[in-house]
Structure formats: structure tokens, C-alpha cells
Design a protein around this ligand. Structure first.
Ligand code: GAP
Length: 457
């Protein structure tokens, strides 16, 4: 077991084996953009699928949507993003680098101080009192805080004078709020119910970095629970628990997770909390659970002129529902899962790197390995054909069997299936377990059940 996993261990492994590449790499890259490679895309698809299954498919009161990235610009006026969504930026006068004041404090305090909720004056005072220096040059000569709107702008229209400013959405949840009436009506949904979606968001972050942790383009998995205010704290607590259970079930270590309740709240909120994970860079937010009161639906009512109300079919009470939001970034969660899975295990004669992913998210569940290509290739292809109908499989016929096992360990494949003379003679295969390295023999037609029994989620 490696004592301390470093971010560079993860970045190197991801680049070397095809989890994640630098974006636009052949052009020298494009800072803080990343492309998921063959293994990465399987991994994030598995993460998204696990989330969707748990929070949407297994909850008959949650409905999915997939709203547009480009929305009517009025949406962003209603949400407050145009007017007041602004990151508090500070420049180092010495090296001219720009930073987010709240990020500086969060990094300095190892996630102990919820700087997001501080006013500009409080941020400046904290930085002054604690003599927080520039992470780039070590200087202590800051400008005053100024607001910087991180929404990416573009324009629509074919003529210059038609051009209207539109924004790339900075969060997915607005697509859930604006479809509240549609979903309620078409699904005949009764409160309490939730709307969920997974999709891309874009933020022109001042201090992106730390690999997938903070990027300018990222995916979010967000869910809004619409409920009566009297029940809202119960749902808030429920989502705090469900959010924690989900990441524990995916394999994050309990010791590296903690709730971080916000003590400063928005004027409309009754409660807010993050779940933090101990990344190689320290304790940082992994996801958020926020009680948002009736703020979002009230604002969309005001700006759209549509009544975002619900009428209780039993009591006839009309009200604007309260919202509990649960939000988590796909890339950020994937980074946590990569850090958690990484292991360097000392063996008798060497050390192996093994990614101990929960099989549910492992990019490939099975590797099919013909022991001797010349003799066992046809049978191995036959087995691959059978198993690939059920699981993501890979195939490897080069090098010694020991080397092939190591190659699968490092990409986290839970089971290697070796095809040898016994497979040809009596239809049995050897299954090698990634974590224990133990091997068992099974008839081919029992393999699929053996594996699927182990990847229930
Ligand atoms: N709708 C609420 C919302 O967007 P947020 O705290 O800004 O709240 C929610 O974002 C989650 O999205 C975060 O907890 C994090 O997992 C992820 N996230 C936010 N900004 C990100 C970025 N620049 N890069 C990667 N993930 C990000």
C-alpha cells in the first residue's frame, strides 16, 4: 500500500494508459482542458451510469431531463449569474498572476474555512490577518478584490446586428428549474419529486488546475428535489446521507470523507453542506447539498411571468415548492476514485501498480488472454464474443502471461480469463482475481454469472 498517493502518480498513469490526455495535445495543449481516452470514457460512463441508476432509475419520484447547454439569456438574469455571479479575484502585484481569493483561503486552511460565503471585506481581512502569500512567487502584495464573471459568452444570429449574447451554461441545474412545470405536467408528478440531469457546464475559472479537479469545461450530475417547505429539512438530511452512501458504495474510503456544514448561508437558504474528500492536494469539496428555499422557482416566476406553483391535489393548497439541490462533478468524482484506487503493492520480487476500482466502475470488467496465441486464439475469440455481450471486455495476446496480468492490474481490470488447452479440451477457463491474484477454474458457461454476481451495485 502506498503511504501517500501524489497527484503526479495519477496524472502520469492516466496519460500513460489512456484514461486522460492533455486537451489538443499535438498543438501544445490547451490549458486546463482534458480529453478522456479509451479507458477514461469507459470509467466516466460507468460513474454516470451508477449515479443515474441510483438517483433516477431506482427512485420512481425522480425524473431525468437533458436540457440545452444554450438557454435563453433571461435564464441567467433570473438565476443571478449575469448580475452577481462573480468570482472574487485578486492579482499578485509582484508576478501578475490572478487568483480567486476564496480558493486561496480554502487551500490555506485545508478546506476548514468556507470562504465561498465570505464577503469581499472578510476575504481581504482573512488573507491579511493570516499573511497568505502568492502560491506562484511567494510575494505578499495583493490588489483589492474585484468581481470577475466566469460565464463564457458567445453570440447567436447571422448578422452582426442580430447578434445576441448567449452564455454557455455554468451549471446544469437551471435546465431542471425551467422544466419544473413541463415535467410536473407531462409526468403527472406529485410533490415531493425530483428532476435530475447529467451534462456539461463551462466556467472561465480564474484558478483552474489540479488535473480534473477544477477545469473550465466539466460535467455535472445535479438533482433538484421539489418539496413542501415543511418537509424540506427531512429531504435535506436524506440527500446528505444518500450522497455519502453513493460515494462510499463506489469505493471511497470513509476516513477520507467528511461533511462540511456551511455556517454562512444565502439569505433564502436554511442549510448547506459539502462533502469533502481528502485529495492529494488536501481536503476539498467533492459535492454539495443545498437547501435553496423557494428562491430559484420564485426568480423564474418573476422573470418568465409563468407561475412556478404547485397545487396539492388533496388539500388544494397552492405554493411555490422548496428546492433541495444535490450536485456533484463527474470529473471531480472520477479524480477522487482514481486517487482512491491507486495502489503500489510490494510483492516478493517486485512491486505492482494496481488500480483497485470497484468492479462497477472498472473500465474493463474482463480481460480475455489466450495463453499461447498460436493454439488458443480461436477459442479466446469465441469466449470474448460471449462475454462482451454482457461486460466491457478487452483482449490481449502479447507477452508473457505474467506481464499481461500486470497490464490489466494497472488499468484496474478485476478479472483475467486465461484460455489454454483445458479450455479447448473441456471448456473450462482460469479466472484470476485482480486484488487477491488467486485463480479458480470454471466452465465457460458459468463465467458470466460468476462475474455479474460480483458487480451488483
Ligand atoms: N448548481 C450548483 C452548483 O453548480 P457548485 O458548487 O458550483 O454548485 C457543484 O458545483 C459541483 O460541481 C462541485 O461540488 C464540483 O464537484 C463540481 N464543479 C464545480 N466547478 C467545477 C470545475 N470548475 N471543475 C470541475 N468540477 C467542478
Amino acid at each position: 500500500m502506498k503511504e501517500k498517493v501524489l497527484m503526479e502518480d495519477i496524472v502520469n498513469l492516466c496519460k500513460q494508459y489512456g484514461f486522460v490526455y492533455q486537451g489538443s495535445e499535438i498543438y501544445g495543449g490547451f490549458a486546463n482542458t482534458w480529453d478522456f481516452g479509451p479507458l477514461g470514457v469507459e470509467l466516466i460512463n460507468n460513474v454516470k451510469h451508477a449515479w443515474w441508476k441510483r438517483f433516477v432509475n431506482e427512485d420512481f419520484r425522480t425524473y431525468g431531463v437533458d436540457a440545452g447547454i444554450l438557454m435563453n439569456p433571461r435564464v441567467w438574469e433570473a438565476s443571478g449569474h449575469v448580475e452577481s455571479f462573480g468570482d472574487p479575484k485578486m492579482d499578485c502585484k509582484k508576478c501578475k498572476q490572478r487568483f480567486r481569493a476564496d480558493n486561496l483561503i480554502e487551500e490555506y486552511s485545508n478546506g476548514e474555512v468556507a470562504a465561498e460565503a465570505m464577503s469581499n471585506e472578510e476575504l481581504e481581512k482573512y488573507i491579511d490577518d493570516n499573511h497568505i502569500t502568492c502560491p506562484n512567487c511567494g510575494g505578499f502584495d495583493w490588489t483589492k478584490i474585484r468581481k470577475f464573471n466566469p460565464m463564457f459568452k458567445t453570440s447567436r444570429g447571422t448578422l452582426e446586428n442580430d447578434a445576441d449574447t448567449v452564455y454557455l451554461r455554468p451549471e446544469t441545474c437551471q435546465g431542471e428549474y425551467v422544466n419544473f412545470l413541463n415535467v410536473q405536467r407531462t409526468s403527472r408528478a406529485k410533490i415531493p419529486f425530483a428532476i435530475a440531469q447529467i451534462g456539461k457546464s463551462f466556467r472561465n475559472e480564474i484558478t483552474p488546475g489540479n488535473f480534473l479537479f477544477r477545469t473550465i469545461e466539466f460535467e455535472q450530475m445535479e438533482l433538484q428535489k421539489f418539496c413542501h417547505d415543511k418537509d424540506s429539512m427531512e429531504f435535506y438530511e436524506d440527500y446528505k446521507k444518500r450522497a455519502m452512501d453513493f460515494i462510499l458504495d463506489l469505493g471511497l474510503d470513509k476516513e477520507k470523507l467528511r461533511y462540511h456544514d456551511h455556517d454562512k448561508l444565502a439569505h433564502y437558504a436554511k442549510a448547506a453542506c459539502d462533502i469533502q474528500y481528502k485529495f492529494p492536494i488536501g481536503w476539498e469539496e467533492l459535492n454539495g447539498i443545498h437547501h435553496r428555499g423557494t428562491w430559484d422557482l420564485s426568480r423564474h416566476s418573476e422573470f418568465s411571468g409563468k407561475k412556478m406553483e404547485y397545487q396539492d391535489p388533496e388539500t388544494n393548497e397552492k405554493y411555490i415548492p422548496t428546492v433541495i439541490e444535490y450536485s456533484i462533478g463527474v470529473g471531480r468524482l472520477t479524480l477522487a476514485l482514481l486517487c482512491e484506487a491507486y495502489d503500489e503493492e510490494k510483492l516478493e520480487n517486485d512491486t505492482r501498480i494496481v488500480m483497485r476500482f470497484n468492479p462497477v466502475i472498472a473500465p474493463y470488467k474482463v480481460a480475455v488472454l489466450p495463453l499461447v496465441k498460436k493454439y488458443h486464439k480461436d477459442k479466446a475469440e469465441e469466449v470474448f464474443k460471449i462475454l462482451s455481450k454482457e461486460f466491457t471486455c478487452t483482449y490481449d495476446d502479447t507477452g508473457s502471461i505474467g506481464k499481461r496480468y500486470r497490464r490489466q492490474d494497472v488499468i484496474g481490470t478485476p478479472w483475467c480469463i486465461t484460455i489454454d488447452d483445458n479450455t479447448i479440451n473441456d471448456n473450462t477457463v482460469t479466472i484470476r482475481d485482480r486484488d487477491s491474484m488467486q485463480q479458480i477454474t470454471l466452465p465457460i458457461d458459468e463465467v458470466a454469472k460468476y462475474i455479474s454476481d460480483k458487480i451488483k451495485f
